[in-house]
Each structure stands twice: as C-alpha cells, then as structure tokens.
Design a protein around this ligand. Structure first.
Ligand code: GDP
Length: 193
C-alpha cells in the first residue's frame, strides 16, 4: 500500500475517547525500545511522527493514527519498563486490556519483537493474551539489518518456537534501517481489512 496521508488523530486513555469511525484498526505492541516507533515511521514514510508520547515518564496513552483515511494504527505504550511503579503498570494493563478485548474495529495486533533475541517473557505473555482472546497477530521481527541475512531463518525459527506461534499468524522479517519487510507487512495488513 502506498501511504499518502497519515496523522495522529487522538491520544486516548478510555473508550469514550476512541475515534468514532468504524475503520479497521491495527494495534502495535512491543516492549520498550524494541523499535516500535521506528516501525511506525517506516511504514508511514514519516520521520518523527511516532515519538512524541512513547518516551518513559510521559503519559501512557493509546495513540490513533489515521492512514490514507481508510485505517487506523493504534500505538500501544511499550511494556517492560523497570522504572514504572506497580500502580502505573496496573493502569497500563487495564487500559490495554480494555482496548484489546472490547474493540470491534480491531482486526489484528502487530507484535514487534527483536529478531536478534528470543522473545522475552513479556513478549510471550502478550502473545498468549492475544491467543486467549482469539485476536489475530502479525509478528514483526525487527532490526534484521543487525544480523546477517544467512542467519535470518535460524532466528525466525527461535522466535516462532518461543512464542509457540499458531499456523494462522504471520511472522515478518523487518528492518527500519533498510525497509526490509515493509511491502510484505502492508500486504498482510491489507489481507485483514
Ligand atoms: P520504541 O521504544 O519501541 O519505540 O523503539 P524506537 O523505535 O525508538 O527504537 C529504539 C532504538 O532502536 C533506536 O535507537 C532506533 O534507532 C533503533 N532501531 C529501531 N529499529 C531499528 C532497525 O530496524 N534497525 C536498527 N539497526 N536499529 C533500529
């Protein structure tokens, strides 16, 4: 898909703030620093768009991006910050859970993981959560440019096995540095619309 327009339309913390339109939505989840903002910027051909509220200490919100006027990306705050307090973590969990389990427009979650390393405990927990609620998942294994192409398959296998990926979920090798996987990611997203 060729992206011709993208903008942040709303930062929401509760359902009455979600956009009213019934456009298909794709949520983006991943642990902090995994490369989620870079993924969004690469997919949207934008440099600094996905930065603003993804930094530690900032208000944790669901950021809705309107793309080509036909779909929304929903940026979910990164998980796994050691620094946040227990109560902050609980509030984060509640907000995400409310969104993921109740939103009819949600077509799939893009789970961003690091191709270099086996998925973390938090990644596994997120994936299990999605499977529990029968939410389709597209796994984006990013930072592929940091390992030689010849090792991709081996790392993919580890990622797939660690998550215990179901057959219907897709995994895509990605790099925000080189644009690897971008076309594939768009075509998989479109297959869910
Ligand atoms: P976020 O916290 O998940 O939003 O992560 P960021 O997108 O801010 O990325 C964290 C760090 O990883 C930054 O220094 C990025 O430049 C770097 N990074 C993100 N994606 C890639 C990638 O595909 N390749 C490489 N080499 N670095 C990346």
């Amino acid at each position: 898909m060729k992206v011709t327009s993208s903008e942040i339309v709303i930062s929401a913390v509760k359902p009455d703030q979600y956009p009213g339109e019934a456009l298909p939505e794709f949520a983006l989840a991943g642990r902090s620093n995994v490369g989620k903002s870079s993924f969004i910027n690469t997919m949207l051909n934008r440099r600094g768009l996905a930065r603003i509220s993804s930094k530690p200490g900032k208000t944790q919100t669901l950021n809705f991006y309107l793309i080509n006027e036909i779909l929304h990306f929903v940026d979910v705050p990164g998980y796994g910050y050691a620094k946040v307090s227990k109560s902050e973590r609980a509030a984060w969990g509640k907000m995400i859970e409310t969104y993921l389990t109740n939103r009819e427009q949600l077509k799939a979650v893009l789970l961003i993981v690091d191709l270099r390393h086996p998925p973390s405990e938090d990644d596994i927990m997120m994936y299990d959560f999605l499977k529990h609620y029968h939410i389709p998942c597209i796994v984006i294994a990013t930072k592929a440019d940091k390992i030689p192409r010849g090792k991709w398959q081996k790392h993919l296998k580890v990622t797939r096995e660690t998550l215990d990926l179901v057959q219907t979920d897709t995994i895509i090798v990605f790099s925000s540095e080189t644009g690897e996987g971008k076309d594939k990611a768009w075509s998989v997203i479109q297959s869910y619309m």
